[in-house]
Design a protein. Structure first.
Length: 457
């Protein structure tokens, strides 16, 4: 792409917001996480702000320690289909697990959303970090699948899904009424995949959309996750709070792309941000304190326990230094443990303070005025720490509305962000090419080789 590099934005939509106490605000909408009209208004606000993506996360198990906004919520792809009808431009991305789905069903789900949205769908590929310790038991297993095994399965899974998405060439369905020909048999392709984990024949029972295939999104921060992303992802979400470490992650992941014949502009890295925005920094800090005061410490520790691998905090007080707590080996989300360890090393917090740091959903340098927030985003973007940002608002809809109305105009004035959409598909927004159907590409190459061979004789 020749156009000037600009910030990419995604809006993380989750009930009343990512802050665990957001639901307790007097103005918070009851049952927001299962209110379709509420979600429609959120995604329309994000589209008004010209966001690339509206993002819906998922989890496959809950317990008494789970975040309030995930205890009672929609299945993500179902929600995307509904939001597609309420919007016309914004990309629509949802999470789905390679560990607890079958490739054929998942390929069909996202291909359907891609058709319904006219080419605006994306799949956030996850292997499922097990914060509850219960996920496997919901899927006929005695325990969660081990970390590296999940990634080995994922490597095959995505190959099967993308192969199924190419079951039909773009012009396969000729629908020739005069001659009674619905499709061209030469442009239908069976996958006939056989691997260690999957045996899938195909073809998929739905064709390609305007953008060819849904965009592949990932969030794995571990080394296996980075290699999987380098081979297959087109967008990566990260949650590195430290600027230097974000730069390091950015360079590490971008540096792996060449191993797969890819260039840096074929993958966008979006860093998670949770700003609190007000006309003055003092007002923003007051808003932050208001949220923190709504935290119920005992509930917070239970949630923290599930988040960090079912730690038994009952033998500690809230004022126990976190460094004195024994944390178990993790088979869940490794980046959570890395972030926790870094916070303990840098800030030496008590358990009360650790909870607020991890689950308050806020980075202190992003608590302030719109100009202050825009300055931070510009620095991270310009100095190689991010291609854009995932807005994980502490409170919804307020956090999203404040960002759209107050921060985006500043980014636009600085030439860092689009004034309007330049295309209709998610790939258009991200500057990504439409992938050529692999079977059509193979036939084209074979034809060219045959013609070259004939000409040489």
């Amino acid at each position: 792409m020749t156009r000037e590099r600009q910030i990419r934005l995604s809006a993380y939509l989750v009930g009343t917001g990512i802050h665990v106490a957001s639901w307790r605000l007097p103005e918070a909408k009851r049952n927001a996480s299962i209110d379709l009209e509420f979600y429609k208004k959120l995604v329309q606000t994000a589209e008004r702000g010209k966001f690339d993506i509206a993002f819906i996360a998922d989890s496959l198990a809950v317990n008494e320690n789970s975040h309030p906004n995930i205890l009672n919520r929609f299945e993500p792809t179902t929600l995307l289909a509904a939001l597609a009808g309420a919007t016309s431009k914004i990309g629509l991305v949802a999470t789905a697990s390679t560990t607890y789905h079958e490739p054929y069903n998942l390929a069909r789900l996202f291909a359907s959303v891609d058709q319904i949205s006219n080419g605006r769908a994306g799949w956030n590929l996850v292997t499922t970090g097990d914060a509850t310790g219960e996920t496997g038991r919901n899927f006929n297993l005695d325990a969660h699948v081990e970390h590296d095994e999940r990634y080995r399965r994922a490597e095959e899974f995505i190959d099967v899904v993308q192969g199924l998405w190419d079951s039909w060439e773009d012009d396969a369905f000729v629908q020739d009424k005069e001659n009674g020909v619905y499709f061209d048999p030469q442009k239908m392709h069976r996958l006939d995949y056989r691997g260690r984990y999957f045996s899938v024949r195909g073809p998929l029972n739905i064709g390609r959309s305007r953008q060819g295939q849904p965009v592949i999104v990932q969030a794995g921060a571990s080394e296996p996750g980075q290699w999987l992303a380098a081979r297959t992802a087109e967008v990566v979400f990260s949650h590195v709070k430290d600027f230097a470490k974000a730069q390091e992650f950015y360079q590490s992941l971008k540096g792996k792309l060449a191993s797969f014949g890819r260039t840096p502009d074929q993958l966008h890295i979006l860093q998670g941000i949770s700003p609190i925005i007000a006309d003055t920094k003092e007002e923003a800090e007051a808003m932050q304190r208001r949220l923190q005061e709504l935290l119920v410490p005992e509930q917070g520790l239970r949630f923290l326990s599930g988040y960090l691998g079912k730690v038994d905090f009952s033998k500690y007080t809230l004022d126990t230094p976190a460094a004195e707590v024994e944390f178990p080996a993790d088979n869940g989300i490794q980046s959570h443990f890395e972030r926790m360890t870094e916070l303990i090393r840098k800030k030496n917090p008590t358990l009360r303070e650790l909870y607020a740091l991890l689950e308050g959903g806020v980075n202190d340098e992003l608590v302030g005025t719109p100009e202050q927030v825009a300055d931070v985003l510009e620095k991270w973007f310009a100095e190689g720490a991010a291609d854009g940002f995932m807005l994980v608002a502490p409170v919804l809809p307020q956090g999203l509305e404040d960002f759209v109305d107050k921060v985006i105009p500043i980014l636009q004035e600085r030439g860092l962000y689009r004034l309007d959409y330049e295309g209709d598909t998610l790939r258009d927004h991200l500057g990504l090419r439409k992938p050529e159907n692999r079977f059509a590409a193979r036939a084209r190459l074979e034809k060219a080789e045959s013609q070259a061979s004939s000409a040489a004789k």
